[in-house]
Design a protein around this ligand. Structure first.
Ligand SMILES: *Cc1c(COP(=O)(O)O)cnc(C)c1O
Length: 213
């Protein structure tokens, strides 16, 4: 199937209020350009080194909004704040503080989501629920940190009912904190994420096919 048909089919299935983030990591600028021509403006990248040349290639398309979804290293924060409109993967207090400080210096205010683990997974970053509850007051007091929601990534291989429960946990926690957005759901689990109240699904391979490394 061609890319633009896949895009339209997927979009038709999404309820109002659910945004499609096209995860373009591992795919060239020309694939992005094709989707921009079909109205898709939100793109997710997880590595700054890979994203930078694409943002330069596509700088003529100034409606594109770039979303950073990968693990954010301290020394990359300034560039990410300069280029990206959203950061989905804020996974520690120190990175949050750094984003706040640098956003102030750069006069930028990227929309930020806090990555939370609802399932113990040592391979992934993210706040635990209790850690975030304890530090929440502190985070809300940081100026220039525009927190809009929570983000979660589920480990692979979980049963459907477990996935549904964990996505619901994320939605419930976001509601408790008064946050509108939940960035959850990828190619393999976007449907249950949408059912549970996702507002951003992050879809790569379903849309673009297998990634070239
Ligand atoms: C790569 C990636 C995705 C997209 O994964 P697919 O399974 O290809 O849809 C979504 N979120 C994050 C954080 C990713 O790194």
């Amino acid at each position: 199937m061609i890319l633009s048909d896949l895009l339209n089919d997927l979009k038709k299935l999404l309820p109002n209020g659910v945004n499609l983030l096209a995860v373009s990591k591992g795919h060239p600028s020309k694939s992005i350009r094709l989707l921009v021509d079909h109205g898709q403006l939100e793109y997710g990248e997880s590595r700054l080194q890979e994203a930078l040349p694409k943002t330069i290639d596509l700088s003529d398309m100034d409606d594109i909004r770039w979303h950073f979804i990968g693990r954010l290293q301290a020394n990359k924060v300034r560039k990410v704040v300069q280029i990206f409109d959203f950061i989905h993967s804020v996974d520690s207090f120190s990175i949050a503080e750094r984003i706040a400080r640098i956003s102030r210096e750069e006069n930028r205010s990227p929309k930020v989501m806090l990555q939370v683990k609802f399932f113990e997974d040592p391979t992934k970053g993210g706040f635990s629920v209790s850690e975030l509850q304890e530090g929440w007051q502190h985070l809300t007091e940081l100026s220039n940190l525009n927190i809009i929601g929570l983000m979660t990534i589920l480990p692979i291989g979980l049963d459907l009912d477990v996935r549904r429960k964990l996505f619901k946990d994320c939605r419930t926690f976001a509601d408790e904190l008064g946050l509108k957005d939940c960035s959850m759901g990828m190619s393999g689990d976007w449907q249950e994420a949408v059912d549970a109240g996702s507002t951003w699904i992050r879809v790569g391979s379903l849309l673009f096919g297998d990634r070239v490394k």
